[in-house]
Design a protein around this ligand. Structure first.
Ligand code: NAI
Ligand code: UGA
Length: 466
């Protein structure tokens, strides 16, 4: 643990997926952190020691951060004493594709009203269009009661964590990007991240330091470059997946297997094996939002981004493909009963934002299908957030499959991998599974398992033999 003389006072504004992870990780590293949110219910839960989201190990790390961590709804309580203030509020998409910056503006103005006139660094961690850092700096100038040139430094520190593995990604990042025109601001952040940069903290047993991992790369840039790095990173990852999905479609026609193909190309170190898993397409709160934002930023300058636009289009097509595959097997879907396994946009999270399963359930509903859905973690949240969708809840995957005319696996939860598929298929009315995430790996004695990127559409992968 860090010596207390090196510990900083930190305020984290916004306690969603990113703010919570940031606050808890910094407190674990030894800093004194106050997490602030305008949502009183969230803050009340956090004060009771409960987390408003599901994220593996976050509860344990919070416990291990001890009394260095506090929660509040009050800017007056959080801001004046803070050496470093993080903005981690949401930047959800507007119908135009541009991000809604009103939460960032509100946060910046509220922060400005409580700055203390001494050196404080305001760090933007929210994903924002290029130029937003300068805009925040101007807002601080305008709204700070006692503005002194050089007192309120702005640094961009984009976040690269993935939901479901947020603690691992926060403690053992590939790189830390710090963008600012102020060397003093950068130096303060280097001090803040020293335990991470040196990996001098004691790794928690439940999120061990990966074998071979040494330390993150420190990347210092201008404010604008840091903001661009975040968008470019997400756009490239989305592109990689869309590329795999496009090749997967062709694999089905030429009788190749996308999993074998990506294994073959991934060993080329220039390409790398990760983020090449074909499936139902990418979802989540960021890839869709950030690709649209980048395209709309380009549009402001009359600059087309055809590669990104294609990545988005392929993703849209991929979601429809799931339904097409079902239609190829079952023909008319009206009146059929279909089990949808997995609602979260990926495993190990309860996040439903832009989940491919949402579009799947919505489309099946339009086609007159009776949907029976299951998710091991995200079900309670779906009950709240997906009230507009029509589906029946299943208490277990087995219950969802029982008597179904088909099943679609949308999320690769471990429990689906471990399911007794041979037994479950026998209890389906029609043993057909559209496995979009390669959950089923063994050949089964009964039924048909159709996967993405393997054999021509409509051709059965595992033919019934029992
Ligand atoms: N979710 C993710 O995995 C990642 C998200 N990001 C980016 O980080 C940002 C935050 O994302 P999430 O944590 O997913 O959002 P979120 O929606 O889960 O959380 C945002 C929080 O900010 C609070 N908030 C809104 N206005 C506020 C204000 N004026 N003052 C204080 N609190 C306020 C909300 O009540 C909410 O709790 C976004 O820009 C996102 O693009 C970046 C990397 C990963
Ligand atoms: O800016 C963000 O919010 C974050 O967005 C993604 O993280 P996240 O959305 O949490 O999850 P991913 O693991 O990237 O998965 C995104 C989607 O892509 C899909 N995916 C992922 C990988 C793959 O090979 N194939 C694939 O279809 C997943 O199923 C999921 O729907 C990025 O990976 C993070 O680096 C980034 O910080």
């Amino acid at each position: 643990m860090m010596q207390d003389t090196r510990a900083l006072q930190v305020a984290v504004v916004g306690t969603g997926y990113v703010g919570l992870g940031t606050a808890i990780m910094l407190a674990y590293l030894g800093h004194h952190v106050v997490g602030l949110d305008v949502d009183e219910n969230k803050v009340a839960m956090l004060r009771r020691g409960q987390l408003p989201i599901y994220e593996p190990h976050l509860d344990q790390l919070m416990l291990d951060s001890g009394d260095r961590l506090r929660w509040t709804t009050s800017y007056a309580e959080a801001i004046p004493d803070a050496d470093v203030i993080f903005i981690c509020v949401g930047t959800p998409p507007l119908p135009s594709g541009q991000p809604n910056l009103s939460y960032v503006a509100d946060a910046a103005q509220s922060i400005a009203g409580h700055l203390n006139g001494k050196l404080q660094v305001v760090v933007n961690k929210s994903t924002v269009p290029i130029g937003t850092g300068d805009w925040v700096a101007r807002m601080l100038e305008e709204h700070a009661p006692d503005y002194h040139e050089g007192r309120y430094l702005v640094v961009s520190n984009p976040e690269f964590l993935r939901e479901g593995t947020a603690m691992h990604d926060s403690l053992y990042p590939d790189r830390i990007v710090l963008g600012s025109d102020s060397p003093v601001g950068i130096a303060q952040l280097v001090r803040l991240y020293e335990p991470l940069l040196d990996q001098s903290f004691e790794a928690p047993g439940y999120v061990p330091r990966p074998a071979g991992y040494t330390r993150p790369e420190l990347v210092t840039t201008s404010l604008s470059s840091a903001e661009m790095i975040k968008y470019a990173a997400n756009a490239f990852l989305a592109l990689k997946i869309s590329f795999a999905n496009e090749i997967a479609g062709l694999c089905e026609w030429v009788d190749a297997d996308i999993a074998e193909v990506t294994r073959g190309i991934g060993h080329d170190q220039r390409i790398g094996p990760r983020f090449l898993e074909a499936g139902a397409g990418w979802g989540g709160s960021c890839f869709g939002k950030d690709t649209s934002a980048l395209i709309s930023i380009g549009r402001e300058y009359g600059y087309d981004m055809p590669i990104l636009a294609a990545a988005v289009e392929i993703n849209r097509r991929q979601r429809q493909l799931v339904i097409t595959k079902l239609q190829q097997h079952l023909h008319r879907l009206k009146g059929k009963r279909v089990a949808v396994l997995g609602m979260a946009f990926k495993p190990n999270t309860d996040d439903l934002r832009d989940s491919p399963a949402h579009d799947c359930i919505a489309r099946l509903g339009e086609l007159g299908v009776q949907v029976v859905a299951h998710d091991p973690i995200a079900m309670p949240r779906a009950r709240e957030e997906w009230r507009h969708l029509r589906y029946h809840e299943a208490a277990s995957a087995e219950a969802a499959l029982h008597g179904a005319d088909a099943a679609i696996i949308m999320t690769e939860w471990n429990e689906y991998r471990q399911l007794d598929w041979a037994g479950a298929l026998r209890r389906m009315r029609n043993p057909l599974v559209i496995d979009t995430r390669r959950v089923i790996t063994a050949a089964l004695p009964v039924g048909t398992v159709e996967q993405i990127g393997k054999r021509a559409p409509g051709v059965l992968v595992h033919e019934a033999s029992a």
